[in-house]
Ligand binder design. Structure first.
Ligand code: EPU
Length: 446
């Protein structure tokens, strides 16, 4: 078991580089299943979820290898590292995935349940092989996270979908058939799954009320390079003309807007000055506007953006919504910000039903919070005091670390494997910015 030990009171000052987005790369990895041959992904973040997804692909017959960009191409096929890819901390940013002509169709081991994103293999597998078996996924403890929109859409494309002993089974008698699909909610995962199924379907598919997250536009760009015909990328209506075959390509992952946003909030909270290199301000418009309202100075540059905090943040109200709304994945970080702001704020969560579990932990550090349904009211007084808190999911963990940076004394964040799922080299990067934080291994009790 590992924990982070943070001593509060330092400012974040300097530069940090933003890696590729977790929520893009996992789907790009799934998309590799759509074509035999070698897919190469670059700007791949060194995070636990990539390791798990690589193992899921390996279980489907793929060979997955990492190499730093500077070392050129990965070793040739047939020389895989045991266990798929290196553990976080040891890996490069380039991932080579070799998909055989006859990839398997069953992703039903325990591994698959560990990350929700593994459900993204469902669409590609049923489209290319006519059958897919995917264990019902797990992931973060942030809500019920149903799959009805995925299932309904795949059924409309002609697949027969059943749940058999906790395994989602999708079968198609021949090619899927293009159709019009209206999503009840702009679900990110359902949009991606249906998109990846539709690119090989017969005829035209229209996905309406599609999610518009930048990670979906990134997936569309990779699919288009593979030979898919997609109109409306980045909009809420995707028009897909199915093709017979796709080919493997090299593709660079879009920068992680949530990691960039986390450092931006940290800069404001600590009255710091951080250049977030590679961060795309255009993918964080509402977030940066909110941070400016809270007192940050934001300078957008060609190669990223700089965030400066000069005084105690002003309180702001925030409502999370699907993109381009305020991202739910920055909710804990912004609640931590509000906990030290100068007035009362109202935060509303509209995407997940259990993201406020985080508030219980923040309360242990002295935050004055009151939750009611999907709202939380955060009030001054604003002094946070160090304590022992638990990360319940990746973003909650990041929010607690930010709170620790401004709390008086020492904060210990446990269950940091959640943070490792989405933040590459978090401790190292925060230390480089001046934070007093370290990763501590708990000694095993005999
Ligand atoms: N939903 C349904 N039915 C469905 C699909 C979704 O009811 O068939 C509901 C969910 O229960 C949830 C809401 O719709 O309440 C949003 O779910 P969505 O499908 O949009 O999210 P997701 O694909 O499961 C991805 C990210 C999340 C991010 C959300 C929203 C990945 C691997 N995960 O999840 O990221 O919060 O989109 O932007 O891409 C994170 O990185 O910390 C994280 C949780």
């Amino acid at each position: 078991m590992e924990r982070f030990v943070v001593t509060g009171g330092t400012r974040l000052v300097g530069e940090v580089a933003v890696p590729g987005a977790k929520n893009s790369v996992l789907k790009l990895m799934a998309a590799s299943l759509l074509a035999a041959g070698r897919t190469t992904l670059t700007a791949v973040p060194d995070i636990l979820d990539v390791t798990v997804m690589a193992d899921v692909l390996t279980g489907l017959g793929a060979t997955v290898q990492r190499a730093p960009r500077s070392q050129g191409a990965a070793p040739s096929q047939g020389d895989p590292r045991p266990g798929g890819v290196a553990a976080p901390g040891a890996a490069g940013d380039r991932l080579c995935i070799d998909i055989p002509q006859d990839a398997g169709g069953a992703a039903d081991g325990d591994l698959v349940r560990r990350i929700r994103a593994s459900v993204a293999v469902l669409g590609p597998l049923v489209a290319r092989r006519g059958e897919a078996r995917v264990a019902l996924p797990g992931g973060d403890a942030i809500g019920s996270r149903a799959l009805d929109i995925h299932i309904h859409g795949l059924t409309q494309l002609g697949a027969v979908v059943d749940v058999e002993d906790g395994i989602l089974v999708a079968r198609s008698d021949g090619r899927l058939q293009g159709t019009s699909i209206w999503l009840d909610f702009p679900s990110v995962g359902a949009t991606e799954n249906l998109l990846m199924a539709a690119v090989l379907a017969k005829g035209t598919t229209v996905i309406d009320n599609a999610a518009r997250e930048p990670e979906i536009a990134d997936l569309c760009a990779m699919l288009a390079a593979m030979g898919a015909r997609i109109g409306g990328a980045g909009s809420s209506t995707l028009v897909i003309d199915g093709v017979d075959e796709l080919s493997a390509v090299e593709h660079e992952t879009v920068p992680d807007r949530i990691v960039a946003g986390t450092y931006a909030v940290g800069a404001l909270m600590t009255c710091g000055d951080v250049m977030i290199r590679g961060g795309r301000a255009g993918n964080l418009t509402i977030v940066l506007e909110k941070l400016v309202e809270a007192g940050a100075q934001v300078d957008v540059r060609d190669d990223g953006f700089r965030v400066v905090g000069r005084e105690r943040p002003r309180s702001i109200d925030v409502v999370t919504l699907p993109y381009p709304g305020f991202p739910t994945d920055l909710l804990p970080q912004v609640i931590a910000l509000e906990a030290i702001s100068s007035g009362t704020s109202l935060i509303t969560e509209n995407v997940f039903d259990s993201r406020f579990v985080f508030c219980r932990e923040l309360h242990k550090l002295g935050a004055d919070l009151r939750t009611d349904g999907h709202h939380v009211v955060v009030r001054p007084p604003a002094k946070l005091t160090g304590g022992r808190v638990t990360a319940s999911d990746v973003r909650a963990g990041a929010g607690l670390v930010l709170a620790g940076l401004v709390a008086e004394g020492v904060t210990e964040v446990t269950e940091v494997h959640h943070i490792d799922r989405g933040y590459a080299h978090f401790v190292e990067d925060l230390r480089a910015l001046g934070a007093d934080i370290s990763r501590v291994q708990d000694r095993a009790v005999a």
